[in-house]
Write a new protein. Structure first.
Length: 452
């Protein structure tokens, strides 16, 4: 089949590669000068900046690590020091417990909160089929208690979606937790999964799960994908509309007279952009896709001489619990995780602002953003020196949001799209992480091959 993939982000490129491997004739139509969408890597004043995702977790068969292996992209694991992670709560940093001993000593939770969390296996199971979707906050309170929901789970949601846990769907945003919940809860669900794996019914894994990134940055993976696809990737192409017709779709370019027919189409662009493409031919689908919300994000990169940072910077970084004074949502200490991302004897902080929790912070101009970042670092880590490097990367439409009921809405949109020989792909639908977008390519192929 001849398939048009509209959008050259990581999801579109991965889908195109799997379609080619399945024997299809594919054209990737991308409006940018370079593929990759939001993913990009650049170097300024010796500091390497990741414009969006800065790494991925290994372990899954269909994830980024497996794709790097397939494409011959070298991968580097995060430094051992990155295992330490912190939560800023009640005005100070708390290290996330790594075991029973550190959990008992941790100040993140009171003894009452700890007992509530430890009682998770004793809580009754929820009838997921009857009750339906819920927010991750409601799930966490129900299974772990309010303290753990606020101190542990809500910051995790901020780290993924830059959002309030009360507004994020359990089923769509954290399907692994939803699957465990459906099997009786977290502990009981993990026990049931382990039994299933022993019987040979579990998902295959590639080995231990660790944090990693392509040597040279995330852009290296994107460039390798584009190189493998070769001239199938058409850069700088504007698509104005995608129109279904019997047995296929027509892609309309800048000039309405420029119409190219394909047997099927993959819309690998954000939901609102996909809505604009089909508004004329599929108004009901377009109305649904316009509902996909994106949270704005501003990344502030601050570099310092190591001697000017009088804090213990051994660790991945920290997340800030909701309601605390600093405006920063979280910070990755890039030079600790990947030392090559900063010049020798320097430290690089990547600080995340905005999101659905505080969208106004993403609108600060550079001077105000850097001033806020400096004030937050001073308050949290005691860093008061002037940075030797300060740059920003901004995404007004940064991270797709998955509110409660998202999975059901996506299923309805996909039915409408499928009837028009279209597949929806990318971070708007089945996961915002790089691993999610890459793994989703297999589903895209199955959808396309249903029309053979």
């Amino acid at each position: 089949m001849r398939v048009a993939v509209v959008g050259g982000g990581i999801g579109g490129l991965a889908a195109a590669l799997r379609l080619v491997q399945a024997g299809h004739d594919v054209a990737v139509l991308d409006g940018g000068a370079r593929p990759g969408g939001v993913i990009g890597t650049s170097t300024a004043e010796g500091f390497r900046r990741e414009h969006a995702a800065n790494g991925f977790l290994t372990g899954a068969d269909d994830g980024a690590a497996a794709l790097c292996d397939e494409l011959g992209v070298g991968v580097v694991e995060a430094a051992p020091a990155a295992r330490a992670r912190w939560i800023y709560l009640r005005g100070r940093l708390h290290r996330l417990p790594a075991g029973p001993g550190s959990f008992a000593r941790s100040g993140l939770l009171s003894w009452r909160g700890k007992l509530a969390l430890l009682g998770e296996p004793l809580r009754p199971a929820r009838d997921v089929a009857a009750a339906g979707d819920e927010s991750l906050w409601d799930f966490a309170v129900r299974r772990l208690g309010t303290e753990a929901a606020h101190a542990l789970v809500a910051p995790m949601v901020t780290g993924v979606f830059a959002a309030d846990a009360r507004r994020v769907s359990l089923a769509a945003g954290f399907p692994r937790l939803a699957a465990l919940d459906a099997r009786g809860g977290l502990v009981r669900g993990m026990i049931a999964e382990a039994r299933g794996r022993r019987r040979g019914g579990g998902a295959r894994r590639r080995g231990k799960t660790t944090l990693a990134a392509p040597a040279g940055g995330m852009a290296v993976l994107v460039d390798a994908l584009a190189a493998r696809l070769g001239d199938r990737v058409r850069r700088g192409v504007t698509v104005r509309a995608v129109e279904p017709e019997p047995g296929g779709v027509v892609v309309v370019g800048d000039d309405p007279a420029r119409r190219e027919r394909f047997d099927a189409g993959v819309l690998a662009v954000p939901g609102p952009a996909a809505a604009a493409l089909v508004r004329g031919a599929l108004p009901a689908l377009a109305r649904g896709l316009t509902e996909v919300e994106y949270a704005p994000v501003a990344l502030a990169f601050l570099g310092f001489r190591a001697r000017d940072v009088r804090a213990d910077v051994d660790g991945f970084g920290f997340l800030v619990a909701q309601g605390e004074a600093p405006r920063v949502l979280g910070c990755v200490i890039e030079s600790t995780v990947w030392p090559e991302r900063a010049p020798a004897d320097h430290v690089l902080f990547r600080m995340i602002y905005g999101g659905a929790r505080d969208p106004g912070a993403a609108e600060l101009d550079d001077d105000a953003l850097f001033a806020q970042a400096g004030a937050d670092l001073a308050q949290i880590l005691g860093v008061r020196a002037r940075p030797v490097h300060a740059t920003a990367v901004r995404w007004p439409h940064g991270i797709a949001q998955y509110p409660v009921g998202h999975a059901d809405r996506v299923a309805a949109w996909e039915r409408d799209a499928h009837a028009a020989r279209l597949v929806l792909a990318g971070s708007s639908y089945h996961g915002v992480a790089v691993n999610d977008c890459i793994a989703d390519a297999r589903r895209v192929v199955r959808q396309v091959e249903a029309w053979r």
